[in-house]
Design a protein around this ligand. Structure first.
Ligand SMILES: Cc1ncc(COP(=O)(O)O)c(C=O)c1O
Length: 479
């Protein structure tokens, strides 16, 4: 096992392919091969940044004799993706600062830690969790919203929920509930099993929210309403018209007045990895005309007072803040209109989407973001404040369902290096032959007939209407 800075070694950063919170994301990891006097970046997901960023992926990096810790830190872009938690210490070892301190008083040398664990006969692979990072993330999210609320004179508070689907690890969920108690932090669920987990974790917590999203049958709805009888603040968020009948019928049967939320399908389109599930043609949520139908139906059933929350989630890992700004503008006005139609609204749930800088570039791409958590909180708060002031209505409690922003940094997987391969990164688009067999195979996914075989030429790709002009575009296809 070796880390950055050591020669003839290969180290793979913990990447999204290993963490449940990255489920659904593209697979890939950054491999760095140190070989004699050359250090070459040979990457699968991250070449794009290598080709345009601070590190060039193709050239000789530094002479072996002069290689130092700073070169390693720069090569792995550890500041970009790891700060304030992960860095390289003066010994060239990866270390963690669970409290994100700048003086390093909380620093743990991960290599030293693993060596001592191995001396105690604990074998690789292992996952090391840092609960303090979870606490730090929850506090940071709350602080950012508190700061925005005070800066913009917002009249209500922020209350987060953690979406269980992001990471089902029971230790993590226990930590989130324990650390988030002071902030009334709750949980979001999208299925019956998740609902049961959430009920067991929240049953002594009367202030936290339990947001029920996802497909709902009568058993799901009945379980959610029974959880209300245990004193949990459950919100049943309707995603489909059919769920309305079931909620009305089941709540009457159990004689429990539900708290109802509506998931709106916004027109705002995500411009990142989950673009296809967003916008008017997205499959989740109710269009504006359906929202109005629900309001009329609830009025008719004398249950409009139950409608208290508006929810939307335009997609995870939003690359640029302008998308969130647009979604917030749209969502805020829908919220106001629901109030003006007579609903006793109290919460707006802005979903997830707060991204993580996985590749450390700070660019608005699939693997990175170009905004801070504070900037995100500011945009949410200011859009809501402006819409509510314009329409003269009371401001709602802000709920967010940030998942990866809370969980992603908190665990590290460590494993033995099983093999080392040596690759020469292609110099340009015209040199695609050097991509090697495994990469060529990836092209077959795009078009089986045209790109099978070992040699893929620039021109044949173009003929198929695939415009591959830069290294980063190729890399995007290879992910
Ligand atoms: C409804 C909903 N809320 C929240 C999240 C979490 O998103 P993120 O990890 O971007 O915060 C997801 C993720 O898929 C989701 O579908």
């Amino acid at each position: 096992m070796a880390f950055c800075g050591s020669l003839d070694a290969l180290f793979q950063f913990p990447s999204r392919s290993f963490s449940p919170e990255f489920k659904g994301a593209k697979k890939g990891s950054c491999k760095i091969v140190h070989n004699n006097n050359n250090v070459q970046a040979s990457t699968k997901t991250k070449e794009s940044s290598c080709s345009r960023g601070r590190v060039t992926g193709t050239g000789t990096y530094r002479d072996r004799a002069k290689w130092d810790v700073n070169d390693s830190a720069q090569l792995y872009r550890i500041e970009g993706w790891g700060a304030p938690y992960f860095s390289v210490n003066t010994h060239g070892n990866v270390c963690v600062r669970p409290w994100g301190t700048s003086d390093g008083s909380d620093e743990i040398d991960i290599v030293g830690l693993i060596e001592s664990l191995q001396r105690s006969n604990i074998k690789l692979p292992m996952v090391i969790r840092f609960p303090d990072i979870v606490l730090h993330r929850i506090q940071k999210l709350q602080e950012c919203f508190d700061m925005a609320i005070s800066r913009y004179g917002y009249q209500q508070s922020f209350q987060g929920v953690f979406p269980i689907k992001c990471n089902h690890d029971s230790f993590l969920i226990k930590d989130i509930i324990e650390f988030g108690h002071q902030f009334k932090f709750g949980l979001e669920v999208g299925s019956k099993p998740e609902l049961l987990i959430a009920v067991s974790k929240l049953c002594c917590n009367k202030d936290a929210l339990l947001i029920c999203n996802g497909y709902k049958d009568s058993v799901y709805i009945e379980s959610a309403l029974l959880a209300m009888q245990l004193g949990i603040k459950v919100v049943l968020v309707l995603e489909q018209m059919e769920e309305l009948d079931l909620v009305i019928k089941t709540s009457r049967k159990l004689k429990v007045l539900p708290i109802i939320g509506l998931r709106a399908k916004l027109s705002t389109k995500h411009d990142g990895h989950w673009a296809e599930t967003s916008g008017d043609s997205g499959k989740f949520g109710l269009s504006v005309s359906k929202l109005i139908q629900v309001v009329h139906r609830l009025k008719k059933e004398n249950m409009l007072q139950c409608l208290q929350l508006l929810h939307f989630h335009i997609g995870s890992q939003i690359p640029s803040i302008s998308t969130m700004k647009e979604a917030m503008r749209e969502g805020s006005h829908i919220y106001c209109e629901l109030v003006l139609m007579g609903a006793r609204m109290h919460y707006i749930d802005v979903g997830g989407g707060l991204g993580i800088d996985y590749d450390g570039t700070g660019d608005p791409s699939n693997a990175s973001i170009s905004y801070s958590m504070q900037c995100y909180a500011n945009e949410v708060v200011v859009a809501l404040r402006d819409a509510c002031l314009l329409k003269g209505i009371s401001q709602p409690v802000i709920v967010s369902e940030s998942g990866r922003a809370l969980a992603s940094h908190h665990s590290v997987i460590v494993f033995d290096v099983l093999s080392v391969s040596q690759q020469t990164a292609p110099k340009s688009i015209g040199n695609l032959e050097s991509l090697g067999e495994s990469r060529v195979q990836k092209f077959t996914i795009i078009d089986k007939t045209a790109y099978s075989g070992k040699i893929v030429l620039n021109c044949s790709l173009r003929r198929k209407g695939v415009h591959l002009l830069t290294m980063s575009t190729i890399n995007h296809l290879l992910i």
